[in-house]
Design a protein around this ligand. Structure first.
Ligand SMILES: O=C(O)c1ccccc1N[C@@H]1O[C@H](COP(=O)(O)O)[C@@H](O)[C@H]1O
Length: 199
């Protein structure tokens, strides 16, 4: 099970995720209670070993803005929310980025098609809201042979059953490892990663 922990903004939360065994960590560079600047993300990157994917999360930004900010931060992965096109994914890959393309669980089937992104992320309607949804319903989308992450309302208590219900390749979390909005809880991060990894 691939595990990503998102919305990290302090060195100790990055270390907690990495030490627990997360495969990816996310830095939100778009307006959010978890937003960090490119400069802050660059400093946090010092805590991330090369084998762990460091991801910049973008929602309202153009492709050019996202690429510029990610380059400034030194991030090689971009997570792209919002209405996007296959050409935008191509443009980021041509610029050297690996792409996580976020779709909403209620998007039409065509949005779930394979656009060549490295990972698809299937999230609730409002990203980062902690809103859970009917995880089993994603099985109708035909993602069996794809590399994709389940997100939205996950926490240490439900991640194993949610991943099983959805037959997820990987999982992503933000709200479920916080003590209050935007404030990560190190114990919850460790418990989430352990539960996702079946430890
Ligand atoms: O976490 C945010 O604030 C955020 C803002 C804008 C786009 C994506 C964001 N986070 C993503 O949302 C899900 C986590 O949702 P939840 O809080 O666990 O329910 C995950 O994919 C984050 O990468």
């Amino acid at each position: 099970m691939f595990v990503k922990v998102c919305g990290l903004s302090t060195p100790d939360s990055v270390r907690a995720a990495v030490d627990a065994g997360a495969h990816a960590v996310g830095f939100v560079l778009t307006p959010s209670p978890r937003q960090v600047s490119a400069e802050q993300a660059r400093a946090l990157l010092a805590e991330v070993p090369v084998e762990v994917a460091a991801v910049g999360v973008f929602r309202h930004e153009s492709i050019a803005e996202a690429a510029e900010l990610a380059e400034e931060a030194g991030l090689s992965w971009i997570q792209l929310h919002g209405e996007r096109t296959p050409q935008e994914v191509d443009a980021l890959q041509e610029r050297g980025f690996s792409v996580i393309r976020a779709v909403r669980m209620d998007d039409p089937d065509r949005v779930f098609a394979d656009w060549g992104e490295e990972l698809l992320l299937v999230d609730a309607s409002i990203p980062g809201s902690g809103e859970s949804w009917d995880y089993a319903s994603v099985r109708e989308r035909g993602l069996d042979s794809r590399r994709w992450l389940l997100a939205g309302g996950l926490d240490a208590g439900n991640v194993a059953s949610a991943a099983e219900a959805a037959q997820a390749w990987g999982v992503d979390v933000s709200s479920g490892v916080e003590s209050s909005r935007g404030v990560k809880d190190l114990g919850k991060i460790r418990a989430f990663v352990a539960a996702a990894l079946g430890e």
